[in-house]
Design a protein around this ligand. Structure first.
Ligand SMILES: NC(=O)c1ccc[n+]([C@@H]2O[C@H](COP(=O)([O-])OP(=O)(O)OC[C@H]3O[C@@H](n4cnc5c(N)ncnc54)[C@H](OP(=O)(O)O)[C@@H]3O)[C@@H](O)[C@H]2O)c1
Length: 237
């Protein structure tokens, strides 16, 4: 690995927007640790990306709902590379949908959603903050959604998903406030309605969905923090 490369960890990097974020970061000559809960999938996708960007991509198993897996993965990155400059909390699930209503909660789905989309991202943030703070540099990007927006929401559908991402927005805001002035910038990004396994009818290609998260992961020191963006423009909370 070249000394000048920054080190990025991307969760859920084996498919969809996460894989494209890995690709775009590698193309920008960063070192990407492509993580996935299935080690074989991580290895397979990392090998394929590394063929295009030699030396830029490595693989690691990381299941965001499994505390010991998260601790071991970040410890491994710290030992291997000596630093973590960017964290992209991309891993997410959407296990409720148009038929679900907040008045008839399916707590199994709600727990799974919150465990992954909110607590999983939170766990990963907690892993990287001490070393980012110590080095005076860090970029944390949380993959949120327009469905998280209090201002834009009029629909009763997908309450677990919406609430998990609204919680993630507040994590973004509070963590950014805690880290103000430390060199660590924390922002949330909506990729827009993007064609992936999660949203097969999405209008956008993954290249566009990944653009704003990658922009936020590579902000200059003067960049924003504690904000929510779509298409590189501030989005209403
Ligand atoms: N697509 C959209 O229109 C859209 C819109 C707004 C926001 N988003 C957000 O963007 C992010 C990426 O979405 P996507 O469309 O690319 O979804 P996707 O194609 O369904 O991919 C989801 C990724 O998250 C991973 N994941 C799920 N649970 C995990 C866990 N416990 N630990 C580690 N990884 C886990 C999946 O891994 P496996 O392969 O192992 O399942 C997969 O790599 C999500 O946070 C999503 O909520 C997407």
């Amino acid at each position: 690995m070249s000394r000048t490369r920054r080190v990025a960890v991307v969760t859920g990097g084996n498919r969809g927007i996460g894989l494209e974020i890995c690709r775009q970061l590698a193309r920008l000559d960063h070192h990407v640790v492509l993580t996935a809960r299935d080690a074989d999938r991580a290895n397979e996708e990392a090998r394929s990306l590394d063929a295009s960007y030699p030396g830029a991509v490595s693989a690691l198993a990381l299941d965001v709902v499994d505390g010991p897996s998260v601790e071991a993965a970040f410890q491994h990155v710290r030992n291997q590379y000596g630093r973590i400059d960017m964290l992209v909390n991309n891993a997410g699930v959407a296990v409720d949908g148009p038929e679900h209503r907040p008045s008839s909660p399916d707590f199994a789905r709600i727990r799974r959603t919150l465990e992954t989309n909110l607590l999983g991202a939170w766990r990963c943030c907690a892993e990287v903050v001490p070393s980012m703070r110590a080095q005076g540099y860090g970029r944390i990007v949380n993959l949120s959604s327009t469905m998280a927006s209090l201002e834009l929401t009029r629909s009763p559908a997908s309450p677990a998903y919406r609430i998990s991402k609204t919680g993630l927005n507040m994590l973004t805001r509070t963590l950014a406030a805690e880290l103000e002035g430390t060199g660590v910038l924390v922002n949330a990004a909506s990729p827009g309605y993007t064609r992936t396994d999660m949203s097969p009818n999405g209008e956008r290609a993954v290249e566009l969905g990944a653009d704003t998260p990658v922009w936020l992961a590579t902000l200059p020191d003067s960049g924003p923090t504690g904000q929510f963006f779509l298409d590189r423009q501030a989005l209403v909370w």
